[in-house]
Design a protein around this ligand. Structure first.
Ligand code: NAP
Length: 251
């Protein structure tokens, strides 16, 4: 079960963090993964590191906020591999400020990367998937698409939008053989979160309010991505799978 042999996957934002863990997990299940990030050097380095057999990984660097670059990248991938079977809209950014100080540019940057790009890439990849009669779109949302914390209004709005977009695409694309789902990670101990893990107050907040009593690992998020990408998830559509140790279930 959960094999991805012969599948071609684009995972945006896969040079590190959750995206990289998803890439490793999908490669382990037999997929060819196209690594993405903004830097050519980082993309090529990670693709080379993961491509142990010469056919498991390649790279396409582009900024997902540049929607025409995203369209071109999808065409390049289909040109090279003949198909795109799995799209993971994973690249995401956050900006922090109190609502009254939150700048227009920061608001637009977050919405552009976290919401505009997933829509445009899904539209572009969706055309090829629809023509092929099969495909999987997986959006990395967040528990912040369901609940909220102060000082991250654009992030919360973008992730709630992504949860809604997941449903909108799921109902429209399923008749063409696609499924569209999202993953809502809780607090995951990625490199980016090292400072938070080491901050005693923040660490206690996470540990004490998570029923399983710890941060998540990137591999636990990657496992959900593999499941949603697999044939075994063929009847799962329009869902946001919260992988949060029960945090949003507890009061
Ligand atoms: N970590 C968590 O606890 C957590 C919890 C809930 C949800 N999430 C979500 O999970 C996703 C991944 O988070 P992460 O923690 O793994 O993030 P991360 O460690 O900061 O990695 C982000 C990745 O996205 C790429 N990226 C950033 N902006 C990009 C852009 N404009 N175009 C293309 N690539 C871009 C980065 O590469 P470059 O910088 O080289 O471009 C990097 O590969 C995000 O959507 C985030 O909101 C994370």
């Amino acid at each position: 079960m959960f094999r991805l042999d012969g599948k071609v996957a684009l995972i945006t934002g896969s040079t590190r963090g959750l995206g990289r863990a998803m890439a490793e997990a999908m490669i382990a299940q037999g997929a060819h993964v196209v690594i993405n990030g903004r830097s050519d050097d980082a993309v090529l380095a990670v693709a080379a590191e993961l491509d142990l057999d010469g056919r498991s990984a390649s790279g396409v660097a582009f900024d997902v906020a540049d929607l025409s670059a995203g369209d071109a990248a999808i065409d390049t991938i289909v040109g090279r591999h003949g198909a795109i079977d799995i799209l993971v809209n994973n690249a995401g950014i956050n900006r922090r400020a109190a609502v009254e100080d939150f700048g227009d540019d920061e608001w637009r940057d977050v919405l552009a990367v976290n919401l505009d790009a997933p829509f445009a890439l899904s539209r572009s990849a969706g055309r090829h998937m629809t023509a092929a009669g099969r495909g999987r779109i997986i959006n990395t949302a967040s528990i912040m698409g369901t609940v909220a914390r102060p000082t991250i209004p654009a992030y919360v709005t973008s992730k709630a939008g992504l949860v809604g977009m997941t449903k909108a695409l799921a109902v429209e694309m399923a008749p063409h053989g696609l499924t569209v789902n999202a993953i809502g990670p809780g607090y995951v101990a990625t490199e980016m979160n090292t400072a938070l893990v080491q901050d005693p107050e923040f660490n206690s907040m996470v540990v004490d309010s998570t029923p399983v009593g710890r941060w998540g690992t990137p591999q636990e998020i990657a496992a959900a991505a593999v499941f949603l990408a697999s044939d075994e998830a063929s009847y799962v559509n329009g869902q946001t799978l919260l992988v949060d140790g029960g945090m949003t279930t507890a009061l």
